[in-house]
Design a protein around this ligand. Structure first.
Ligand SMILES: [Zn+2]
Ligand SMILES: [Zn+2]
Length: 407
């Protein structure tokens, strides 16, 4: 990507992002302040082949060259522009971000053929109170499902026409956008999001848990019980738990469907927790609140009650391409819910065969397995050992071992 061939340009209106503003929201305000449409301004700044739609999910701010070009044109420090993107959560939420593809905790927002996978979220009351309405960066993340300040669910589609919220398309049908409140308007029917009613959430402990989760993005730590967990590890584990509770086939009686009596999901392709509407993620937040209040005892108790073993959770994590389970989640679950059969070492098998032979005069596989305290009466490894040691004993009668029968 080379921007040196493009004209040197500086925008006349210098417009900085507002506190915790999302890149897309700031860029819409920037374009409209110049009477330009979002895509035309992006075209002028980035050129023909590197415009808005070629950047993947531009809110993720993946490309440094693109960001520095935009910052130069807008006459702002690059750091200030990067701060509006999701890449600023690197080392807090995850270890890195890519411009394309699914990424944990980021709501998919696809701008192709007028369809999106999930839609941008917003709180209508926050927008109402804003002197200059703008979208917050955390609203792009699926870890936020409610506004702790207004105790209401976040909205992610227009309540008039049902279109997904996409602020960068708000000027789609306008010739010259002049409305600086572009981010508050539905791109399809131009209804104002500020007038929409977000469902209220009445449990104050849910708002508190939502704030604690959001605070971990600021502090880089999450306090759970008596431990302080590094936020990247905390969010890894939380994503595993949310995905687990969302999957009734795996978590069975512990799933949010079983506990809150939801209808099973429709058969259409499952897109993961990040694409869910706020109401379903609220159920996951409710589960989190319930289990984190008495972590880990409450969680282990329910795993026990539902007959779930540690492997149910961990195998699921591995299957869902979540390589390693963070220690704060692994340790309590493994230490109390590991129901795997005991696997003896080679030395243990040898010693037990000698012991059984001394006791009974002969070593049979069944009796050796029983002496090893194994659940099975027959085991391939044990029978191989018994065969080999019995054969050895028969050619070395000098050792004084009796009996050569093979079980
Ligand atoms: Zn709010
Ligand atoms: Zn609409």
């Amino acid at each position: 990507m080379d921007f040196s061939t493009l004209e040197r340009m500086h925008l006349p209106v210098r417009l900085g992002p507002l506190p915790d503003e999302l890149f897309g929201s700031w860029f819409v305000r920037l374009a409209h302040a110049h009477g330009a449409k979002v895509h035309s301004l992006a075209y002028r700044i980035l050129g023909r082949d590197t415009g808005w739609r070629y950047q993947g999910d531009i809110d993720r701010g993946g490309n440094d060259l693109v960001m520095s070009r935009i910052a130069e044109v807008a006459r702002l420090p690059v750091s200030q522009v990067l701060q509006t993107t999701l890449s600023a959560y690197t080392d807090v939420l995850w270890c890195g971000v890519s411009a394309r593809g699914a990424i944990k905790w980021v709501r998919p927002l696809r701008d192709r053929a007028y369809e999106t996978a999930a839609g941008q979220q917003l709180c209508p009351q926050c927008l109402q109170e804003d002197e200059i309405p703008y979208l917050r960066r955390t609203w792009r993340l699926s870890l936020q499902c409610m506004c702790p300040r207004h105790s209401c669910l976040l909205v992610n589609h227009c309540q008039v026409c049902g279109a997904d919220v996409m602020c960068h398309k708000s000027d789609l049908h306008l010739f010259t956008p002049q409305n600086s409140n572009g981010v508050t308007l539905c791109w399809q029917c131009r209804a104002d999001f500020r007038l929409m009613k977000a469902p209220a959430v009445y449990e104050p402990e849910l708002a508190e848990m939502q704030s604690r989760i959001l605070n971990a993005l600021q502090s880089g730590l999450f306090g759970l019980g008596n431990q302080q967990i590094r936020s990247t590890l905390f969010f890894d584990g939380l994503w595993m738990l949310w995905s687990f509770w969302d999957e009734p086939k795996r978590s069975e009686g512990m799933s949010v469907d079983a506990v809150y009596g939801y209808k099973p999901r429709q058969a259409k392709r499952y897109k993961g927790i990040d694409a869910h509407d706020a109401s379903r993620r609220l159920a996951l937040l409710k589960h989190t609140t319930k289990y984190f209040q008495g972590w880990p005892e409450a969680f282990i108790r329910d795993m026990q009650a539902c007959g779930l073993s540690s492997s149910k959770l961990f195998q699921f994590c591995r299957g869902a391409r979540m390589q390693s389970v963070p220690y704060w989640l692994w340790e309590p679950v493994y230490s109390s819910r590991n129901l795997a059969f005991y696997v003896p070492t080679d030395k243990e098998i040898e010693h037990t065969i000698n012991y059984v032979r001394m006791r009974d005069g002969e070593a049979r596989v069944g009796t050796v397995c029983k002496a090893l305290n194994m659940a099975a009466h027959c085991n391939v490894r044990v029978s191989a050992f018994v065969r080999r040691m019995n054969a050895l004993a028969s050619v070395e009668p000098a050792l004084g071992v009796h009996g050569t029968s093979i079980g």
